[in-house]
Write a protein that binds this ligand. Structure first.
Ligand code: IVH
Length: 705
């Protein structure tokens, strides 16, 4: 096709062409990589991509978020097919000091019903700062490699994994099915050499070895991956046809025998004192290891105990990551901005003179809340010995793990003489409503509710975010645009976009950044999301204190939207059993319960939720695997002393078998498990004619004896 020379394009033409290029190249990528059906020849593809970069170089302000030029060396999730993990890939709970390690040990023993002074061994090994990968071997052959993704579904990066020297293609004497899990990483030396090569070629350099490893593994072109020196440490496993050993340590040795690299600093430790000694040893070697680590991971050594301990929603109870202390740097605080979040919270953000902290350039940091700036905690006690933070100050910035940078301290000696204490706004900077601080709350909140554009927009952004509705083509930027134009004011409006503007298509395709195809794609993506998992819907509502983990717990507990909604309404009365039932969910506390109940009791919020749900087909939550479980769907109450397991273990096990565990006996109770010392609950159950079992009967019923 004849094209206007790039230096002759005017801005409107450039914009239009960039939109077309993003779409064409995006589709070509998808066709090539996930559908195995290329729509363009390599030469055509390269030529279009080249033109895209030329136009972007001339009009940098027009560069699109979905531009194909960002797809070089960076993550391109759309290009990979998806893989559902047979066994979920989990993350780890974090701890930062010795006291938390002791608490972990105590918690584990309490759960297992052990005396606090019983000896318990753990493995301790470096926490590699890379990205996790699951390798599936069938009959000793590598058949699939997948990234973690959201834990349930990852990306298929098999072709790329095959290029990594540490990943064996075949295994000798391996179990018929073996999923090996571990970390892909890049050494410091390889990282420096790669960046030097990239710079020489005028290509993108990476901020740190982890980004380089991620960018290299998640390459659409496996040849590029091959040219990048990636390594792999094995430290865990997923699905297995037979156990790898009886202990974590034995399993790690077995992985080593099978031909995997395992970390040479993995040690068996007898109790917390030895764990902490090994932590200190690893920390002392950190700088000379030649690769990045960000902590030490502890795992209960006995695999039978690991199995008993099981998992909370996304983390194992039997493992913990002990993170290294944060990295620090000093810089100047140029300004304090106030951001208004989806729950109305006014959050002060520090704008900093850019500074490198642990390999990453930081120019923003959180200042938490007004008390933090003033130098006190929520009880009024001094922090930083009472030193306040002012614009113009020199401040110490730190990063711990992946979290947002924070400000730890301020240097009074370098404080400009003219500086003044920061005065925190009492009006919302976005809508002018009063910003109110309730007693006992550290946070000042805008009282404008959905009238406040910032709150409404943040709620919408949250609604479309990855762990929520995750609508392709509808990200934070688009939602903001639609909000500003009055097209979308609350979630339900998204589902009316097509009908209201449906001619919409006509209107949308004429807007900046949209073409006919992208508008059609958007409507299709929205349509697709009308069927949504319950946990996603609950999370998407953006209720205060209800995060992703909690949403998963709630979805599992209630199973369906109808049950959840009815319970939230009933629970408005704290005397109603629904409230007790909500509080009895492991992981739901009083604060969260009250926030849930309050949201459902608020007319405006409810109306907005009802309008939304009318458009949806909410999928029932996947309940834990309960096939053949004799207690699936039953409501069970435990009372009295349990002798063979702790209350927490009993509850977790019952739930994993599909039972609902409740704290109080009612007509809905199916089984009461009564240990010695059971009192009023047993009496009530007897009166109601409910089945009463002792602990052994219960264990027999669920097949544990
Ligand atoms: S064990 C079920 N061991 O850390 C537990 N994870 O923050 C599975 N990681 O997603 C993880 N080094 O990517 C484990 N020695 C190690 C690790 C390690 C790094 C990563 C892993 C995990 C993340 C959790």
């Amino acid at each position: 096709m004849a094209r206007i020379a790039v230096d002759k394009l005017d801005e409107a033409e450039a914009r239009e062409e960039l939109a077309w290029l993003a779409q064409t190249l995006g589709q070509a990528n998808k066709a090539y990589h996930t559908e195995d059906a290329p729509t363009l020849s390599d030469a055509e593809y390269d030529a279009l991509k080249h033109r895209n970069s030329l136009i972007e170089a001339r009009f940098p302000q027009l560069k699109r978020r979905d531009s194909a030029s960002d797809q070089i060396g960076a993550a391109v999730s759309e290009g990979f097919s998806k893989v559902a993990h047979e066994v979920r890939m989990l993350s780890l709970g974090n701890a930062f000091d010795a006291a938390e390690i002791v608490e972990f040990d105590t918690r584990v023993k309490r759960y297992l019903g052990m005396e606090p002074d019983t000896g318990l061994s753990y493995t301790a090994e470096p926490k590699i700062d890379g990205l996790s990968l699951s390798l599936r071997y069938e009959n000793g052959r590598l058949v699939q490699a997948a990234t973690r993704g959201d834990g349930a579904v990852g990306e298929n990066v098999t072709a790329n994994a095959r290029t990594v020297a540490d990943i064996p293609e075949t295994l000798k004497d391996a179990p018929r099915l073996l999923e090996v899990r571990g970390e892909v990483y890049m050494s410091h030396a390889d990282f420096a050499a790669l960046n030097a090569r990239q710079a020489e070629k005028g290509q993108k350099t990476f901020a740190n070895p982890r980004n380089a490893a991620a960018g290299s593994l998640r390459q659409l072109d496996a040849e590029i991956t091959q040219s990048r020196p990636l390594r792999f440490f094995a430290y865990a496993w997923g699905a297995l046809s037979e156990p790898l050993g009886e202990t974590q340590m034995a399993a790690i040795f077995r992985l080593g025998d099978l031909g995997f690299q395992t970390n040479p600093l993995t040690r068996l430790c007898d109790g917390t004192a030895e764990i902490l000694e090994h932590y200190a040893r690893i920390e002392a070697q950190r700088a000379t290891l030649g690769y990045d680590i960000d902590g030490v991971v502890y795992k209960v050594n006995d695999l039978a105990l690991q199995a008993r301990l099981g998992f909370r929603s996304t983390t194992p109870r039997w493992a913990l990551a002990h993170k290294f202390p944060a990295e620090l740097a000093w810089t100047r605080l140029d300004a304090i901005d106030i951001q208004v979040g989806r729950t109305g919270a006014l959050s002060p953000v520090a704008r900093l003179a850019p500074v490198t902290v642990g390999g990453v350039v930081v120019s923003n940091a959180t200042l938490h809340n007004e008390d933090y700036i003033a130098g006190k905690d929520s009880t009024g006690a001094p922090i930083r010995e009472g030193r306040d933070i002012r614009v113009g100050d020199w401040v110490q910035v730190y990063r711990a793990g992946d979290v947002i940078p924070k400000i730890a301290d301020v240097d009074l000696e370098r404080r400009p003489e003219t500086s003044e204490p920061y005065s925190f706004p009492t009006k919302c900077p976005e809508c002018g409503s009063d910003a109110i601080r309730e007693e006992g709350d550290a946070v000042r909140r805008c009282s404008g509710g959905l009238i406040c554009p910032a709150q409404a927009v943040e709620k919408l952004k949250h609604f479309v975010s990855r762990a929520a509705f995750d609508i392709e083509g509808l990200g934070a930027k688009q939602v903001e645009q639609f909000y500003q134009d009055g097209w979308v004011r609350e979630p339900a409006d998204i589902f009316e976009l097509q009908s209201r503007y449906g001619t919409g298509l006509q209107q949308l395709k004429n807007r900046e950044g949209w073409g006919e195809k992208s508008a059609q794609n958007l409507f299709a993506a929205i349509e697709e999301r009308r069927s949504i998992a319950l946990r996603r819907l609950i999370f998407a509502l953006g209720l205060r204190h209800v995060g992703e983990q909690a949403s998963t717990l709630l979805a599992r507990h209630y199973g369906s939207w109808q049950a959840f909604e009815a319970a939230m309404r009933a629970a408005a009365d704290p005397e109603d059993p629904a409230y007790g039932d909500l509080l009895a969910i492991d992981g739901v506390g009083k604060v969260m319960a009250q926030s849930l109940v309050a949201s459902f009791a608020q007319d405006r919020e409810r109306a907005s939720i009802d309008r939304l749900v009318a458009y949806l087909d909410v999928q029932e939550a996947e309940r834990p695997r309960t096939e053949g479980s004799p207690v699936a769907g039953k409501t069970v109450v435990f009372t009295g002393t349990l002798e063979r397991m702790t209350r927490a273990e009993a509850k977790a096990r019952a739930e994993s078998l599909g039972a609902k565990v409740s704290g109080s006996v009612s007509a809905k109770t199916d089984i009461l498990v009564a240990g010695p010392g059971a009192g009023s609950k047993e009496k009530k159950a007897a009166e109601l004619g409910i089945e009463i079992l002792n602990e052994d009967d219960w264990l027999t019923l669920i097949g544990r004896i």
